[in-house]
Design a protein around this ligand. Structure first.
Ligand SMILES: [Zn+2]
Length: 237
């Protein structure tokens, strides 16, 4: 069975924080505060543009492929997050095949504070948000690969709620669901799959195609706003 060592960084951090007692001769040794250690919490967002290369994903008409839409969303969102001073790692930056294992390893290695798995679909309307269908589980140093997400479910639901709020603020219809979209169950971070659908249906005043630049911009700006809010609430674990 494959395992993920979730505690490796915590052990290193504990080592850094140990010590801080001055040894002097003469008067009794007094504890002195440790020198200020500049440990800046790293707030990193991982973006996974689903599909790519030979895996085209869904088709939208003749020429438009899901893999291209997810990459465009990832690139756009990355630049908005950078503009907000948020560090980003991505699983791909071009039209290439990326195995699911590598996608999960990229996000886990970054010890991301938020992971978004980006998909697109011709069915439905607005944005579909998914969190893993695993049951929440207590945290552990070694996490089984197939259920590595389980200790993060509560945080993932909070992140989903943050994104839901931001999209609702932009009047984009949202559908919430639980589904184990790969590689979600292997990710050791708060994670949400964001699946973009066209804006259609009787309740939509301005129907929008999935390639509509204004619609994509609205979605990506909402995601960036949600992640900025998430950063302000975030504490390093
Ligand atoms: Zn997809």
């Amino acid at each position: 069975m494959r395992w993920i060592d979730a505690g490796a960084l915590a052990v290193v951090a504990a080592g850094v924080m140990a010590g801080g007692w001055a040894q002097t001769s003469g008067p009794p040794a007094m504890p002195v505060p440790p020198p200020p250690v500049q440990v800046q919490p790293r707030f990193v967002v991982a973006l996974d543009a689903a599909h790519g290369g030979s895996d085209t994903g869904a088709r939208f008409g003749q020429d438009i492929l899901e893999k291209d839409i997810t990459l465009a969303l990832s690139v756009h969102l990355r630049s908005l997050l950078h503009a907000r001073g948020i560090e980003v790692v991505t699983t791909r930056e071009s039209d290439i095949d990326v195995p699911l294992l590598n996608r999960a390893e990229t996000a886990n290695h970054a010890q991301a504070a938020a992971c978004l798995v980006l998909h697109a679909t011709p069915t439905g309307s607005g944005i579909h948000l998914f969190t893993s269908s695993l049951n929440p589980a207590p945290s552990a140093r070694l996490l089984p690969w197939d259920t590595a997400q389980a200790p993060y479910i509560t945080q993932s639901l909070k992140l989903e709620s943050e994104i839901d709020t931001a999209l609702a603020h932009s009047e984009i219809p949202v559908t919430l669901g639980r589904a184990s979209v790969q590689p979600m169950d292997h990710l050791t971070c708060p994670e949400v799959a964001v699946e973009m659908a066209p804006l259609v249906g009787g309740h939509v005043s301005h129907p929008r195609d999935i390639t509509d630049a204004a619609y994509q911009k609205q979605v990506v700006e909402s995601l960036a706003a949600a992640l900025e809010q998430w950063r302000s609430d975030w504490k390093q674990p």
